[in-house]
Design a binder for this molecule. Structure first.
Ligand SMILES: [Zn+2]
Length: 273
């Protein structure tokens, strides 16, 4: 004997209905109707919180200090670069490269050391044209993370990102896919090329359908629509500013709903405090 898992409904499910498999099972919970799935999705989206991150307690050393320490640049070059930054709007590493004080790989190596990450000097954009990992292109853009190898049987996959490492987005990707991420830092230019090339050679529909929306109500409707017509589904969600990503898997089909800049979500969250 069971009741609808949607708060405010609690409809009883008689055994005869259970045998006929009416309603929908989501992660082992039973919902009597699409409306109840939608209500549950709205509550979930409005209460979305960023994942907990293992943020280092000690601030990492500054890039300029690291480069000086490695004798990659001189104190004079650093002073000049810092003085030029307000005018050019460039980040320090890019400014030093523009000044000819050092090269991109040197900056990348220092940024990787700063973040405690690995780095790759370059990756050919053609490596990601087939969308390794099968993520929707929109998700790759929103995450700021590009998978560049196929997942291994162990679930390990290599992903590229630019500095600073988008730790919240990586945590979201880990949670939604179950992958073990081997993170590699790449230069801003390499990252932009990879992001633009990801999935560019695939004419076939993506393995994952994705809809992007900016209101909680619309996102909840779409999640409920994904549930319609199936009897059993699984649902996973992850939040990183300004996105909430919900992955619905039903009858072997994966559907993603990407909610962006949902003000209702922020307001709902702030009223709880
Ligand atoms: Zn119900």
């Amino acid at each position: 004997m069971a009741f609808c898992a949607s708060e405010g409904c609690r409809r009883w499910r008689p055994e005869v209905l259970a045998r006929r498999m009416s309603g929908i099972q989501i992660d082992g919970r039973w919902f009597c109707s699409q409306e109840c799935v939608e209500r549950m999705a709205r509550q979930l989206l409005a209460g979305a919180r960023p994942l907990r991150l293992g943020v280092p307690a000690v601030a990492p050393p500054r890039l300029g200090v690291l480069l000086l320490h490695e004798r990659a640049i001189t104190a004079g070059q650093l002073t000049r670069a810092i003085a030029s930054q307000p005018g050019t709007g460039l980040r320090l590493g890019a400014q030093l490269c523009a000044d000819g004080a050092c090269d991109e790989v040197t900056v990348l190596r220092a940024l990787a050391a700063q973040a405690g990450a690995r780095f790759v000097a370059s990756i050919a954009p053609s490596a990601v044209a087939d969308a390794p990992g099968g993520l929707p292109r929109e998700a790759v853009r929103a995450l700021g993370v590009v998978p560049f190898t196929l997942p291994e049987v162990t679930g390990r996959i290599r992903v590229a990102c630019a500095a600073p490492i988008p730790r919240a987005a990586l945590a979201a990707l880990r949670r939604l896919t179950g992958w073990t991420l081997a993170v590699y830092l790449v230069s801003d230019t390499t990252f932009a090329a990879l992001r633009d090339a990801y999935g560019s050679a695939t004419d076939r529909p993506p393995r994952v359908e994705l809809v992007r929306t900016s209101t909680v109500a619309d996102a909840a409707t779409r999640i409920a629509a994904a549930a319609a017509g199936s009897r059993r589904m699984t649902m996973a969600d992850a939040h990183w500013a300004p996105y909430t990503w919900v992955r619905v898997t039903a009858e072997g089909i994966v559907r993603d709903v990407l909610l962006e800049n949902a003000e209702e979500s922020c307001q709902a969250a702030s009223t709880l405090h």
